[in-house]
Design a protein around this ligand. Structure first.
Ligand SMILES: [Zn+2]
Length: 271
């Protein structure tokens, strides 16, 4: 585990704080949520760079961080560590903290052909919660929440499954554990009540292959037109994005476009 410390200050100039509405915005009913995925000691440099990229545009306090308790079983969050202190400081300063799986690695056996295909093709083996049974899903949810709450000193009520993939067991376990927010590619919902809190595709970028880079650049390019009438727009950033300059430029352009006339909100504001 690296001990390097993120250098970004969350209270940097240009930060607008959360739930901010741009001056002169004509439609404050239209909203933007920004999230940074796979926050883990393993990706401390990348998370730092993503914060630097986003903070001057949307305000650093406006983002959500999706935290992985032990990424691939290689990067445990350790109470009292430097990274744990950073997480707590970011949370104190307004970053919304969300549980994002336990290991992020799919180690389930998938029985259905469709699930096997989804697990292999869509996620490169990272859809941890796709094949879990209800009991095992609940065990990981409760374990992750307990650890995060201990580190942060505050309740954690949101969960996003790795690769946005949920099996039946995961959906049932989320309700059992009382999580009040979850999201997939197309919607945000309350697992306890079933109420849908927001709809519309997530804009995200893929850095795994040239073909995926090209298709995510294309989607980001047409998203301003495609999503112009969407009440809620979600933008998700991943650690791998920062290693591809074309993706960094696309992210910056996309954030500037959607932040200029949308209220930047938190998932908690959707309740
Ligand atoms: Zn992830």
């Amino acid at each position: 585990m690296t001990t390097q410390q993120p250098s970004v200050s969350i209270s940097m100039p240009g930060s607008r704080g959360h739930a901010s509405c741009p001056a002169g915005a004509s439609a404050c009913g239209r909203r933007l949520i920004l999230s940074i995925h796979d926050v883990s000691p393993k990706f401390v440099d990348e998370v730092d760079r993503l914060l630097h990229l986003a903070a001057p545009i949307v305000g650093a306090r406006s983002c959500a961080m999706l935290v992985v308790p032990d990424h691939w079983g290689e990067a445990p969050l350790v109470p009292g560590s430097a990274f744990a202190r950073h997480l707590r400081r970011w949370a104190d300063e307004g970053v919304e903290m969300i549980l994002h799986g336990w290991s992020h690695r799919d180690d389930s056996r998938h029985d259905g052909a469709a699930d096997r295909w989804r697990a292999r093709m869509m996620t490169a083996g990272e859809g941890e919660f796709l094949g879990l049974g209800r009991e095992e899903a609940k065990r990981r949810l409760d374990m992750g929440r307990t650890l995060l709450e201990q580190l942060l000193g505050r309740p954690v009520t949101g969960f996003v499954a790795p690769a946005w993939l949920y099996g039946e067991g995961a959906r049932a376990a989320l309700a059992d554990s009382g999580f009040e927010m979850a999201e997939d590619h197309m919607r945000v919902w309350n697992p306890v009540t079933g109420r849908v809190m927001g709809r519309g595709p997530v804009i995200s970028w893929a850095s795994r292959s040239r073909a995926r880079i090209a298709s995510s650049l294309l989607f980001a390019r047409i998203a301003p037109v495609l999503l112009a009438r969407q009440q809620l727009v979600r933008i998700a950033l991943h650690p791998g994005d920062v290693h591809v300059p074309a993706l960094v430029r696309s992210i910056e352009r996309t954030l500037r476009h959607f932040a200029k006339d949308r209220e930047v909100v938190r998932y908690a504001d959707l309740h």
